[in-house]
Design a protein around this ligand. Sequence first.
Ligand SMILES: [Ca+2]
Length: 522
Amino acid sequence: MPTTYCLLMKKIARSFYVCFLMACCIVSHAQEKRPNILIILSDDHAQQTISAYGSKLAQTPNIDRIAKEGALFSNSFVTNSICAPSRAVLLTGKYSHINGLKDNSAQRRFDGSQQQIQKLLATANYQSAWIGKWHLQSLPQGFDYWKILPDQGNYYQPDFINMNKDTVRYKGYVTNLISEYSIEWLNKRDASSPFFLVIGEKATHRNWMPAIQDLGAYDDRTFPLPANFFDAYADRKAAAEQDMTISKTMVTNSDLKIRANYSDKGLFERLSPEEKKAYQAYYDKLAKEYDVVKSDSIALAKWKYQRYLKDYLSTAKSLDRNIGRILKYLDSTGLANNTVVIYTSDQGFYMGEHGWFDKRFMYEESLRTPFVIRYPGVIKPGTVADQMIVNLDIAPSLLDFAKVPVPADLQGSSMVPLFGKAPLIKPWRKSLYYHYYEYPEPHRVAPHFGIRTEQYKLIRFYGPHENWELFDIVKDPHEMHNLYKNPQYKSQTQKLTKELQQLAEKYKDTEALQILAHETNQ
Ligand SMILES: [Ca+2]
């Protein structure tokens, strides 16, 4: 009996040991397989200015490198083309009407107590940080570390809010500082668990103040004017009413820095005496050019367009250089092989199309946003994916990469199946849903919602301009011809309206559904 008892105990002990070893093996395998995740999220950086997207305006070698070593999404979009709401979509994987942050107003604070990507990743032992532009009014919640710019932040000598809630002013250029603090955190993190880091860039937000070394970087260029620069907005009431044109809205002494006031408080107060000297020396020369064209409205608009592009692209130059710095850090530390790197922007931007700067409209230039992603060994280098992705898809994709279950209330889809390792279980979306809210200030863009398919776009403006717009974006890629009242498109319009209704139902957008219901009852 004792012998049998001993043998039995030995057997049980051995089984436990084997189970223990298996469990260890599973845990270590899972940890080994869990990649680090790094998102570089810029602000207002248009696809039209990125060479990986075919731009001839500028070279962006470091963004291009991510695309070349990974994948470029040629059809990447946002759900609400404006700064703070886009960040809230990234964090929650939910539309603005669900996560609660519909616009940039200071009164509308993001509710950080809700479910967010960093909190979900923490369940798989991820350490998380957000460094740089945040813009959500309420302070970050659920991150192990953060260091953020207050509101929009400053380009020179910016303030950062630290985790002890102190606001401290730092010496330097914002894009360089954000890289420095990101690398500092990467160096000091606990290397035994994977990381999730968002580098929130201020560039290329208005008023486009380049680093001193990049002043005049594009002075030898004359950029081609977009074909629809002098758009008269026929049959597009909301487009006619906006206040975001280069010719009228762009401010000469702040946006274009011509005869800027360097002594008062304001946009230029943070420049050091040496930096002020460099700015004045550069922009004073341009004041003479301005004086030559200022009384001719057409010549002035064209001149402002050139100046806008030069300052914007010069600001983007530092952004791309700093992306290179982060990529080099990943190479030199050996982290590159097990890190998902994403470069994207909070939305697209107008580079003179329709005569505009800024964003907001559901038209292509601001609906689109760059999205390139690298994950060695998983994403085949040089992949170009043409499926329609939206920023809603980022959260579920990251969870998928991290092998964390995706909660059912997330409204996007994981892009991971698109990388070709596994067959698509369900067909990818053929249409996307959009809803923009902020009105009237600052740019008087009427609120609207709509649907975009591979060929058509149907938009319903409401509030000040009850209006429908329909575009054939294959035949009319610049969206100049509103076909809504064209009888030839009647059945197509009916089909799209029905699909728009279905998407509003799917995404639980009650405000849009009420507008559509009211219309049907009339
Ligand atoms: Ca933005």
